[in-house]
Design a protein around this ligand. Structure first.
Ligand SMILES: [Zn+2]
Length: 335
């Protein structure tokens, strides 16, 4: 008879993906921070002509298959509530691609707690346990939106002008999910407000070990002192927007990444592209003009070969960045 203890051990050992629970060793080459579809759900719902869903699914499948042909075996879809997460849409893609998809839970809200939860929760008009914690926990423990697909990552977002009180509440809710389930924590941070160290500190106060936290998007910062200070906390640093040239150049990202590798921080670096097959913040034409090279394979095609060309990089660097680091991070482990 399996004991509850054995069940808890199983929850820690397997990584949930859309296509089934897998051993961490099966993750293979992993894109740690990408998106399938970023959709403004209410706009899409009310103006169905904005996007051709069927074509969108076909396009995502063909882009993922290209990535598979370049060696990609797993992609983390970091799309959460506030970004139009739609498990049905993700499942349509997942059924037709060989790339495994890890699903995220969490809330992306830069201007405070969403209205849904603003009046209820700790210290609110209705002072009760945070309903967001319960919803996110259900995603990790039971499955997303009535499916059996469990989330493998928990995320929230905080930029320079996000009210700090709401960041504290989100951190507490996300930390509670981590403490109970062991799934890693990802924070969409503001590289230009350099808020990563503060975010790690709050999460630590709520019981999350820095090794279980990835501060996303810091690779866009040009401030080496900030990056080194953040690395000192022990968290992972996301160089995860290669190809998004509006925030920083890939050349700058690569130079800083190589510097951190020389500092001995290779184990703390995650690389990715924050690419979305479709994002409705831009029209298809605008996006093609502004981000001509942005794709699921941009890093593999154009960026990482340059890193390999630097003669002082460890020979294992691609395996470390794309296989070992994501695997260690995504393997559930409580702290
Ligand atoms: Zn993202």
């Amino acid at each position: 008879v399996p004991s509850p203890k054995a069940d808890a051990a199983a929850l820690r050992t397997f990584v949930p993906t859309l296509q089934g629970e897998i051993e961490p060793e099966q993750l293979g080459l992993t894109l740690a921070h990408e998106h399938l579809f970023i959709l403004s759900a209410e706009f899409q719902h009310n103006y169905p002509g904005l996007w051709d869903r069927e074509h969108g699914v076909d396009l995502a499948v063909s882009q993922l298959e290209d990535a598979y042909d370049r060696g990609v075996r797993t992609m983390v879809d970091m799309t959460v509530l506030g970004q139009g997460r739609d498990i049905g849409l993700v499942a349509e893609v997942g059924a037709r691609t060989r790339v495994r998809l890890v699903i995220a839970t969490g809330v992306y809200s830069l201007d405070g707690i969403p209205m849904f939860a603003r009046f209820r929760g700790p210290g609110c008009l209705i002072d009760e346990a945070d309903p967001l914690t319960e919803l996110m926990l259900a995603d990790v423990e039971h499955g997303v939106a009535g499916s059996t697909v469990r989330a493998g990552v928990v995320k929230f977002a905080c930029e320079g002008d996000t009210p700090w009180a709401s960041a504290e509440r989100m951190a507490a809710a996300v930390a509670a999910v981590h403490v109970r389930t062991g799934v890693p924590v990802v924070v969409h941070s503001d590289p230009f407000a350099a808020n990563g160290v503060e975010l790690v500190k709050i999460l630590q106060r709520h019981g999350v070990a820095p090794s279980r936290i990835a501060i996303a998007h810091v690779g866009d910062s040009g401030d080496l002192d900030y990056l080194r200070g953040l690395a000192d906390t022990g968290c992972l640093l996301g160089f995860d927007r290669f190809g998004m040239v509006t925030f920083a150049s890939d050349a700058q990202r690569l130079t800083l990444l190589a510097t951190l590798v020389r500092d001995g921080l290779l184990d703390q670096l995650l690389v990715s592209q924050d690419h979305a097959s479709h994002i409705d913040y831009l029209t298809v034409e605008q996006r093609a003009r502004i981000y001509p090279e942005w794709s699921y394979t941009h890093m593999l095609d154009r960026v990482l070969p340059e890193l390999l060309n630097m003669d002082d990089m460890p020979t294992s660097i691609l395996d470390d960045l794309l296989v070992a680091n994501p695997r260690r991070f995504l393997t559930p482990a409580r702290t």
